[in-house]
Design a binder for this molecule. Structure first.
Ligand code: ADP
Ligand code: MG
Length: 388
């Protein structure tokens, strides 16, 4: 789950880390005057609150010198479609803007904490050359990027933070502030079950003050069960279909292809999508009905898949492990009686009681193509989608 910049900065503030004075995030132009007052004396910076970086260059970050300028910027920015290198061509709609006090910038630094899967611990990534995209810097000047693994239990130790500060040429009078910031970011990373806590740019003002101008926090969805506050937030990236699926315990991600896939288990779902590609087709979605794959879930999955008008064929690929194939077949048949399927259906079952399951499907009299192997199913689905 990704936090918006203002949410990330709220977390930073709670941990006592230096962020600019703010008027908060607003959704309506009428809320601007109060926000400007809260932020203090201008100039101010108005920032589009979307879950994508690269806003600066795309027109999603603007400086306002007067309240009048701020009003014009807010009016134009709210409701606009922001297209950045991270949003795709379609862009994302701006529903909220953040009003912060603008800062003078003397130097820009990059400071991030990521999860290093190879080392199995948090890793601090830092560079004295902030402001530019870190991915770009990694290509053009990899030697300018510092890496420091952090012990997950002990957190970042003060001596490590000081070592980083020296390498980043942080002025001596800001050493304490930097140590607190770096240690605080690692603490946030651990406390929130994050996989990214990033500040780009971290700045030094001409007066030598250290400030986090941007904040990016991404947390691990698998830890949402113990992150009650995060779990209560609306998922801004999910489509209506994805949200509906989640309620039934189905994992669904919409894609651009024509073959609707209904699979149990994430690994099998991935393998099914790969096979569809290999057979010359393209999946309309990733869909994992979960271990249970009961009639209710299968029905729901059909309904979600069929809402996508691009779907030309449905491929069911279910492995009967804990759940037996005949039970799954019954579930599929119950679902098929409830919904009107208007495209060809290919079913492949494998596992416990597969014979009984297939027999049930075959003698049901309902129209469907029964497949044997994964490869057979993928080819049949691609052929059926093409013929439809
Ligand atoms: P993004 O990473 O999405 O481009 P940032 O928050 O990093 O958005 O803002 C882009 C640029 O805008 C920053 O690199 C900085 O130069 C400028 N900026 C952002 N916030 C402020 C601020 N409070 N005061 C002055 N300049 C700012
Ligand atoms: Mg940034």
């Amino acid at each position: 789950m990704k936090l918006l910049e203002f949410e990330g900065k709220d977390v930073f503030r709670r941990y006592g880390l230096p962020v600019p004075p703010t008027g908060g995030a607003i959704e309506k132009p009428a809320q601007l005057p109060a926000a400007l007052k809260r932020a203090g004396k201008g100039p101010w910076v108005i920032k589009a609150q979307v879950l994508a970086g690269g806003r600066g260059k795309a027109g999603g970050v603007k400086i306002a010198k007067t309240p009048k300028e701020a009003a014009l910027i807010v009016k134009n920015m709210l409701g606009m479609k922001l297209v950045t290198p991270q949003t795709g061509e379609k862009g994302v709609k701006v529903n909220k803007v953040l009003v912060d006090k603008a800062s003078d910038i003397a130097r820009e630094i990059y400071l991030g904490v990521v999860l290093d899967r190879k080392l199995g611990c948090p890793l601090i990534i830092a560079s004295a050359e902030g402001g530019v995209e870190i991915e770009v810097l990694a290509h053009t000047k990899p030697e300018a990027i510092l890496r420091m693994p952090v012990d997950a239990t002990a957190g970042l130790r003060p001596y490590q933070a000081r070592q980083l500060a020296f390498q980043l040429r942080i002025p001596a009078d800001q050493l304490g502030a930097f140590v607190k910031l770096a240690m605080g970011m690692v603490k946030i990373f651990m406390d929130l079950d994050a996989n990214l806590v990033e500040v780009n740019p971290l700045i030094l003002t001409p007066k030598g003050e250290l400030l986090a101008l941007d904040a990016k926090v991404t947390t691990d969805d698998n830890a949402l069960f113990r992150q009650k506050e995060l779990a209560a937030k609306p998922d801004l990236e999910a489509t209506p279909a994805e949200k509906e699926a989640k309620k039934t315990g189905i994992t669904f991600i919409g894609l651009d292809g024509t073959i609707g896939c209904m699979v149990n288990g994430a690994g099998l779902a991935m393998a099914t999508m790969d096979s569809v590609h290999l057979a010359g087709g393209s999946p309309a979605n990733f869909l994992d009905v979960g271990g249970g794959a009961n009639a209710e879930q299968v029905t729901k999955a059909f309904q979600i898949i069929m809402k996508d008008k691009k779907v030309q064929a449905v491929l069911i690929n279910i492995f009967g492990g804990i759940m037996r194939c005949d039970t799954i077949a019954e579930g599929v048949l119950t679902a098929l009686k409830k919904i009107k399927l208007t495209v060809p259906l290919v079913v492949r079952l494998e596992g416990t009681n597969v014979k009984e399951g297939k027999a049930l499907l075959q003698k049901s009299g309902l129209k469907m193509i029964v497949a044997d192997s994964l490869w057979d199913a993928a080819q049949k689905a691609v052929a059926a989608a093409g013929a439809n």
